[in-house]
Design a protein around this ligand. Structure first.
Ligand SMILES: [Zn+2]
Length: 160
């Protein structure tokens, strides 16, 4: 149970205990002090309830976001871009000829983000490389890494 709810329950129990003792008090000063304690306890309980409501709303928003992503994710499939190399592509579009449909970055996709991959020619080596400009992910479809390619590697602007 979240701390805010436990705090609210505890504050309400304290308020109930204070209210129960009020009826037996004859001393006006003590009675007034107890009433002030009671009011403070009720305010604490209301604050705890407000905090719990805020958290519940935030969690509802997060659940909705995850449900939306899950529904959207179902429209995509893992696509074998090269032997041992998978990207993501829209299920209906990925039946076409390679290069006629967009592929999504697998790293971004696993972080619930859709980022289109660019196909770039990197030299030396006449390499064909899939590049994500969002996270910096890249993979060789044709050819292999050369030291000079480090200058061509994308700089990520979105942290994962
Ligand atoms: Zn990416």
């Amino acid at each position: 149970m979240p701390a805010e709810i436990l705090g609210g329950i505890s504050a309400l129990k304290s308020a109930f205990d204070i209210a129960r003792t009020l009826k037996d008090m004859d001393d006006t000063a003590k009675r007034n002090a107890a009433i002030i304690d009671l009011q403070q306890t009720i305010l604490d309980a209301q604050a705890a309830q407000q905090e719990a409501l805020k958290k519940a709303e935030a969690l509802e928003g997060r659940v909705k976001e995850l449900e939306n992503w899950e529904a959207e994710r179902q429209e995509y499939t893992r696509y074998p871009a090269a032997p041992g190399l998978f990207t993501y592509a829209h299920t209906q579009e990925s039946c076409g000829e390679v290069g006629t449909f967009p592929q999504l970055c697998p790293s971004c996709f696993h972080h619930r983000h859709k980022s289109f991959l660019n196909t770039e020619d990197w030299n030396p080596g006449r390499c064909e490389v899939l590049v994500c400009r969002d996270c910096g992910w890249h993979a060789y479809v044709v050819g292999s890494a050369e030291p000079e390619h480090q200058k061509l590697a994308p700089r990520p602007y979105r942290g994962n």
